[in-house]
Design a protein around this ligand. Structure first.
Ligand SMILES: [Zn+2]
Length: 267
């Protein structure tokens, strides 16, 4: 036998060596190769994050979700009049009689922060799984970038980052981790205006809610909703700025350098 097939043994050794090398390669190099080959959102990365800046003094971050709406212009007018910068977590909703593209541009031009909220705001759809969330996020981020030239890094989860009744906790945790891995920074809030009811809440009540929520806090992130039926949210902006300024707060916009306030995380 060996005389008839003189290369048999050598071939066997070569084959075994090759198989060992292939196996070693598969063990040591697969994750990076697999991830880049299968990532359906290769452009959805925010890049290297700078370190958070240290918190200093009494500061308020006024945030508005869900716009643009019929009320955004009124909010922007008051912010301009008061010389205050705020943060808008926007959607792609089309609202009657609102040129949302020009509103989005004005937000950026006047020096406010623009962040991603959601394209559809359909909880069942976006929180179905990680890929559905990323798909929605990519759509709204592209929409904002095309209109304003800015690619947002900051965002706010619809319903907040935790305890969302539509998202399974495991799914939402996986989404949080994936978004963080991609370099995006999310913000919840620690003061609610109470403007999320099914009917409009009067202006005085909103102002009162915000002032009592801010009591005793040095760093305040106020949650408000910028949509068509909530005119009082816009009307409350002036009185809130006046009252909190008088208490020694300064108003700033959120950027990815501001250490987030998040549900379920201490201070
Ligand atoms: Zn929302």
């Amino acid at each position: 036998m060996y005389l008839l097939y003189p290369w048999g043994k050598a071939t066997l050794i070569v084959c075994v060596a090759a198989a060992v090398l292939l196996l070693a390669g598969a063990i040591f190099f697969p994750p990076a190769a697999a991830a880049s080959a299968t990532d359906p959102f290769p452009d959805l990365y925010a890049g290297e994050l700078p370190d958070y800046l240290p918190d200093e003094g009494k500061v308020v971050y006024y945030t508005f979700d869900d716009g643009p709406s019929q009320n955004t212009v009124a909010i922007l007018d008051t912010l301009r009049e008061k010389g205050v910068k705020a943060t808008f977590f926007v959607t792609a909703q089309q609202t009657d009689n609102v040129d949302s593209a020009s509103v989005l541009r004005r937000i950026v031009q006047e020096g406010h922060s623009i962040g991603v909220h959601t394209y559809t705001h359909d909880y069942r759809e976006i929180y179905a799984d990680v890929e559905s969330y990323l798909e929605d996020f990519q759509k709204i981020r592209q929409h904002i970038t095309e209109i304003t030239g800015e690619a947002p890094v900051i965002f706010r989860f619809p319903g907040g980052s935790m305890k969302n009744s539509y998202a399974a906790p495991g799914v939402q945790q996986a989404i949080r981790e994936e978004m963080t891995r991609r370099g995006f920074v999310y913000y919840d809030w620690n003061v609610v205006s109470g403007d999320d009811k099914s009917q409009m809440v009067d202006t005085d009540t909103l102002v009162r809610n915000i002032l009592s929520g801010a009591k005793g806090k040095d760093k305040v992130i106020i949650l408000c909703h910028d949509d068509a039926m909530r005119r009082s949210t816009a009307e409350a902006v002036g009185p809130v700025i006046d009252a909190l300024s008088e208490q020694g707060y300064r108003f700033e916009r959120l950027t990815e350098q501001v250490k987030p306030i998040r549900m379920g995380e201490a201070g």
